[in-house]
Design a protein around this ligand. Structure first.
Ligand SMILES: Cc1ncc(COP(=O)(O)O)c(C=O)c1O
Length: 391
């Protein structure tokens, strides 16, 4: 870090590669059929996406979060692009149609008949049907649905509703149903070993386990019913970093998704079922020493999305023993830190942090520095560095 202008974002390629290999072995060990699609939102750096895919099987394909992003990636040489978040915006549908007509393998997620119909109309005149992926809701809804544990995304809550949509979609000639997606956010996105709300950990662990079994049962039934309806899914996508260890035992899934696993932001330290190595860091400059046990850094207010809470703040990492100050948190342009012992930091010294989530740091930096064996060996542009911003 000596001599580098701060702030700086850094990827430890050695840890990154070990995380890639770890997921590859975890999934590859169970079955050679299962693929892993890379979640681009958790990287937002084409060169890192490319690095994961270069590992080879089980990695194949990208889960994109925006239509314009799929276009950027296609133009950068990527293919097999699944846009996993619905859009009906004409500009998005036109952009997807354009790369589809250029020969891209691209899929768009949909969760309703009217959405399907609108996309079918937007695809009028295509030379081959455009592929849609139907998203099933697999939230955990005990007590006959009176309790909802999970995200609010697809309204398709039953296996029957999904099969109905698959069958109804057969009438549209300009689209085809490429498969289904059923993402269990309440298992994949909820840690059960959090230091921020310890009292909830046993409850969350039980809920995750119960929900993982419920999701597996429902996904198996969906696969069987689609088969019986004459539409076995070519793609059946499920899971995320936090649920890989459960979902890799579901042979009816054709692919799992992983993104956060590779950079391992600090929220992914708090899972009882997975272990990855931190690979993404940012370094801030110590610019002030207001007190003997305090240092203030320039920048740092890189707070993660989701339900607001302390767990969404960056985590001071090195030197050890530093914590954010309660009444300031991570500041807009300055971040004070308190030390739990003598503090040897001098003005100009770097302080290393970890972000709570994997992808969002890329919105703050135009480049990530690549480190191997503790030396900077290169620099790669983030989406921001490429002038791209997808929301
Ligand atoms: C549809 C979908 N699949 C998978 C994931 C998991 O991504 P990651 O592995 O980065 O946690 C997400 C994350 O939100 C998602 O929305």
């Amino acid at each position: 870090m000596q001599g580098q202008a701060l702030p700086l974002a850094v990827v430890d390629l050695d840890a990154f590669d070990r995380n890639v290999a770890h997921v590859g072995q975890l999934v590859g060990r169970r079955t050679s059929q299962m693929r892993v699609r890379v979640a681009s939102k958790s990287l937002r750096v084409p060169d890192l996406l490319r690095r994961v895919l270069a590992y080879g099987p089980p990695y194949a394909g990208v889960m994109c979060y925006a239509a314009a992003e799929a276009v950027l990636l296609y133009q950068a040489g990527f293919d097999d692009l699944l846009v996993a978040y619905p859009t009906r915006q004409p500009a998005d549908l036109n952009a997807l149609r354009e790369i589809h007509e250029q020969g891209a393998t691209v899929h768009l997620v949909v969760d309703s008949l009217d959405g399907t119909e609108q996309i079918a109309r937007a695809m009028a005149g295509v030379t081959r049907p455009f592929s849609l992926i139907i998203e099933a809701d697999v939230s955990y809804r005990p007590l006959r649905g009176r309790v909802h544990i999970g995200v609010r995304r697809s309204p398709l809550r039953t296996v029957e509703a999904v099969v109905d949509l698959v069958v109804s979609a057969r009438r549209f000639e300009t689209i085809c149903i490429g498969g289904v997606m059923a993402y269990e956010a309440q298992v994949a996105g909820v840690g059960d070993r959090s230091p921020f709300r310890r009292h909830l950990n046993p409850i969350l662990r039980a809920l995750r386990q119960r929900s993982a079994s419920d999701v597996a049962r429902r996904r198996q039934r969906l696969a069987q019913m689609l088969e019986s309806a004459g539409s076995p899914p070519l793609i059946f996508n499920g899971a995320g970093t936090g649920s890989l260890t459960y979902a890799c035992d579901e042979p009816w899934l054709t692919e799992l998704t992983a993104g956060s696993a590779f950079l391992c932001p600090h929220l992914f330290d708090y899972y009882s079922n997975i272990t990855f190595e931190p690979a993404l860091f940012f370094a801030l400059q110590c610019v002030r020493r207001s007190d003997a046990d305090h240092a203030t850094c320039f920048g740092g207010g890189y707070v993660a999305s989701g339900q607001p809470g302390c767990d969404k703040l960056p985590l001071p990492y090195l030197p050890q023993g530093l914590t954010l100050v309660d009444n300031e948190g991570a500041g807009e342009v300055q971040t004070p830190l308190r030390a739990d012992g003598p503090l040897a930091l001098r003005i100009g010294d770097p302080v290393i942090f970890r972000h709570a989530k994997a992808g969002e740091l890329a919105e703050r930096f135009s480049h990530y520095q690549l480190v191997t064996n503790d030396a900077i060996v290169g620099s790669v542009p983030t989406y921001r560095g490429l002038g791209a911003c997808f929301g």
